[in-house]
Design a protein around this ligand. Structure first.
Ligand code: ZN
Ligand code: ZN
Length: 135
């Protein structure tokens, strides 16, 4: 047994991996996700705040889905997601395909083990071979 407090509701639950949230919250988040996904299909030009308000989710949650590449936006969306490395406009995720490819090479060389998929602030300093632009 690996008991943890749910990151969403604070309840103790048996953690088995992935996001540190309980089953009930996992289900609720998944329902929110489907709702948001459909909303973006129906309203491709909606902004982040609008999507959050209309669906009762936080902008933070939406941004997490974007980083996880679960939400896609069309090129006429006002969301303007930019590659965190080179600033190119992308439709989902954090980096453009080009930067991802070069980073995959770097990651193989730099990190011994893969990072877990859960949300964690990434330390940007001190990694040789990775450059970040000041914006
Ligand atoms: Zn919970
Ligand atoms: Zn890029």
């Amino acid at each position: 047994m690996n008991l943890r407090n749910c990151a969403r509701c604070g309840k103790m639950f048996n953690y088995i991996g992935g996001q540190p949230v309980c089953d009930a919250c996992k289900k609720a988040i998944e329902e929110d996700f489907q709702k948001v996904k459909q909303y973006i299909v129906d309203n491709p030009r909606a902004g982040l705040k609008e999507i959050a308000e209309e669906n009762g989710v936080t902008t933070k949650q939406i941004q997490q889905w974007i980083r996880e590449e679960r939400l896609m936006f069309t090129s006429d969306s006002p969301l303007q997601i930019q590659c965190e490395n080179c600033g190119a406009q992308i439709q989902t995720g954090r980096y453009c395909a080009k930067c991802k490819a070069s980073m995959a090479n770097n990651l193989n060389n730099t990190f011994a083990k893969p990072q877990p998929a859960i949300q964690q602030p990434v330390k940007k300093e001190g990694k040789a071979g990775m450059r970040f632009l000041d914006t």
